[in-house]
Design a protein around this ligand. Structure first.
Ligand code: ZN
Length: 364
């Protein structure tokens, strides 16, 4: 997968590749941008370009072959969610005493360490940065450059301070990527030692064009829906699970209908019952919450007299009907309750949710 496969933000990719060609690649790079804007994909591509065994050129700039041992092993980390889930599961299977001392990493190449936020707090912890410090001063074993990719900027305080020490004296053969949706979360002293790039969102039209190639089986109305829901994030659009979204949306609509129009609760209980605790249930519940937010936002657009901005454009008639029973105040209360449910989940990921209580609290 060479750089030409990276969609959008051509100017930033060009500048980064120019720095590769001058062999003056920065030691610390902040890649900022919304979820799915390609931060991780780009960081992995650069990790490949920095370590490719047969680096080709394209447009007279360094590229990577995608075929050599280094490229292919680094590419095995491309599905971050899957590798992360494997690492978490491996830790779950450890003895209780070892579990506490084990931190989550993703590593498919000896010189490329990927540091995701560590559950359950989903923060980067000091032990994770310690692993970076322990390895970063050794020359790379099989590549030319040691690469560290922090996939999130939610650092615990001590972890951020430790990282700062590394950035004050980085070895010449290492590069640290800091990925963030919000650069303000990083210590100013970390930011000032890094070179920052912000990946911009793509327009819905650009994403629709990309989806026409990626998902030719999708109908134009489905591509338009996904493009709007992805908010300019091409990675999010490409990997969008349309079937799950539709299923979650059916449930979210049923909850809103029941809350706004009252009536039969049997249907509602049948739905909430299907949201079970555990990892799978959590994912499903998160999808439901995201979908509820997206529908509530659309109701706000309709209430505000700008229905052309709604994201769920394929069901605009149904949303119009729903909006007749909703008003701003109700939407605000509903959003607050939803935020409460979300906070509860973050505090304790395993706790099953009382969606019934949530739905009941929304009732007019
Ligand atoms: Zn290669």
């Amino acid at each position: 997968m060479p750089f030409s496969d990276f969609h959008g933000n051509a100017d930033i990719v060009h500048r980064l590749r120019e720095m590769l060609s001058r062999e003056r690649f920065p030691h610390a790079v902040v890649l900022a941008g919304a979820q799915g804007s390609g931060k991780y994909t780009l960081a992995l591509m650069l990790a490949q370009a920095l370590n490719c065994l047969n680096p080709p050129k394209s447009d007279e700039l360094p590229d990577f072959c995608g075929q050599c041992a280094n490229c292919t092993r680094i590419a095995q980390a491309a599905d971050l969610n899957a590798r992360f889930a494997e690492a978490v599961e491996a830790r779950e299977n450890l003895r209780e005493t070892d579990k506490k001392e084990t931190r989550i990493f993703v590593q498919t190449h000896p010189d490329v360490l990927i540091v995701p936020p560590d559950p359950p707090q989903m923060m980067i912890k000091v032990d994770q940065v310690r692993r970076v410090i322990e390895t970063i001063y050794y020359r790379p074993a099989e590549g030319r450059e040691r690469i560290y990719i922090f996939t999130d900027s939610a650092f615990m305080k001590e972890a951020a301070n430790s990282l700062l020490k590394v950035l004050e004296e980085p070895p010449e053969f290492a590069t640290i990527f800091l990925l963030t949706e919000n650069p303000g979360e990083l210590l100013p002293t970390i930011r000032s030692r890094s070179m920052a790039f912000t990946l911009c969102a793509l327009s819905p039209e650009e994403i629709e064009r990309d989806l026409a190639q990626q998902h030719p089986a999708w109908k134009p109305s489905q591509r338009a829906l996904v493009a709007r829901l992805s908010e300019g994030a091409v990675g999010k659009a490409r990997s969008f699970d349309l079937a799950s979204y539709s299923a979650a949306r059916d449930h979210a609509l049923a909850i809103l209908h029941s809350a706004l129009r009252g009536g039969e609760h049997g249907e509602l209980f049948k739905i909430t019952e299907s949201y079970r605790p555990g990892a799978e249930g959590r994912e499903k519940t998160e999808a439901l919450i995201r979908t509820l937010y997206s529908l509530l936002r659309d109701l706000v657009f309709i209430e505000s007299g700008v229905p052309e901005l709604i994201r769920n454009s394929d069901i605009s008639a149904e949303l119009q009907r729903l909006s007749e029973s909703a008003d701003f105040e109700w939407i605000l209360v509903a959003s607050d309750r939803l935020a409460e449910v979300e906070r509860g989940m973050r505090r304790n990921l395993l706790r099953s949710l009382s969606l019934d209580a949530f739905a009941a609290a929304l009732e007019k």
